[in-house]
Design a protein. Structure first.
Lengths: 121, 150
């Protein structure tokens, strides 16, 4: 096994941040759609549950669900839409930074692996 | 391929907000038009937006489907359902000298309120900017992911 569980979890986190970006971009695209319910991807909870799993953590991380879910807790506006354009923009910016941080960590870990193999890095 | 889809979603938002701006501009331009397309005064137009279904065709969607369900749905952005006419009554203005005045001297003016139009214009222009920001974030995320290959 070339990649350990942490590396797999990082890859899933990058994938999750990509899915979350889609969801938040969709919320922003629907900022003026009456009756629209905002969606979000809670990949943090899914991944932390998978990593805290007592059994096969590797399989749990690979199988963790990171799909978009409707956010039923969000406060509704007068037109029935639950999109707050400022809150969505803030979440989007934070998510982009988080994705870039995860990519940076994954890169550094790959570089360590490459150095150990003596193939540069 | 999440991020390309993210760009597409933001693009649907840009298209929708730009159409809203166009329609608002048309309303403002015709705020004093007494001879509209259907004979009477110009009627205010409004864009009806609806949520677009996720997924779609393309290689990315097929690949995601083939890789099995990851739980939840795929967001799809926004689409224009219709450009509808505002059916509120025209504004009656007393102007006996106007060529389109009725027997009592009243002219039926368009049901366009310039303040409402300006508010709509600001709201669509802000939403447009938010979609552009989302696109820029997607670009940054994508180029950062490409660094993994170096």
């Amino acid at each position: 096994m070339l990649y350990d569980t942490t590396q797999l979890a990082l890859h899933r986190a990058i994938e999750g941040a990509g899915a979350r970006h889609e969801a938040l971009a969709s919320n922003l695209a629907n900022a003026n759609t009456p009756g629209y319910q905002r969606v979000d991807v809670d990949f943090h909870t899914a991944l932390s549950a998978a990593l805290g799993n007592g059994g096969d953590r590797r399989a749990a991380v690979v199988g963790a669900s990171i799909g978009a879910q409707a956010d039923r807790t969000a406060v509704m506006r007068a037109d029935g839409s639950s999109v707050d354009i400022d809150a969505e923009s803030a979440k989007l910016a934070a998510n982009a930074l988080e994705q870039q941080a995860a990519v940076q960590v994954a890169r550094t870990r790959t570089a360590i692996l490459q150095a150990a193999m003596g193939t540069g890095g | 391929m999440g991020l390309f889809n993210g760009l597409e979603i933001s693009a649907t938002g840009l298209t929708a907000e730009r159409l809203r701006m166009d329609v608002t501009a048309e309303n403002l331009a015709n705020a004093q038009t007494t001879r509209g397309a259907n004979g009477g005064p110009y009627r205010r137009k409004e864009v009806v937006l609806e949520q677009a279904a996720g997924g779609g065709g393309g290689f990315g969607a097929q690949l995601t489907a083939a890789m099995g369900p990851r739980g939840g749905s795929r967001p799809g952005g926004v689409q224009v359902a219709a450009v509808a006419e505002d059916q509120t009554a025209p504004r009656m203005v007393y102007d006996p000298g106007h060529p389109d005045a009725d027997a009592r001297g009243y002219v039926a003016m368009p049901n366009v309120d310039s303040v409402t139009e300006m508010v709509d214009l600001i709201s669509s222009s802000r939403a447009y900017e938010a979609n552009v920001t989302a696109m820029e974030a997607a670009k940054q995320m994508f180029s950062k992911t490409l660094e993994l290959l170096r």
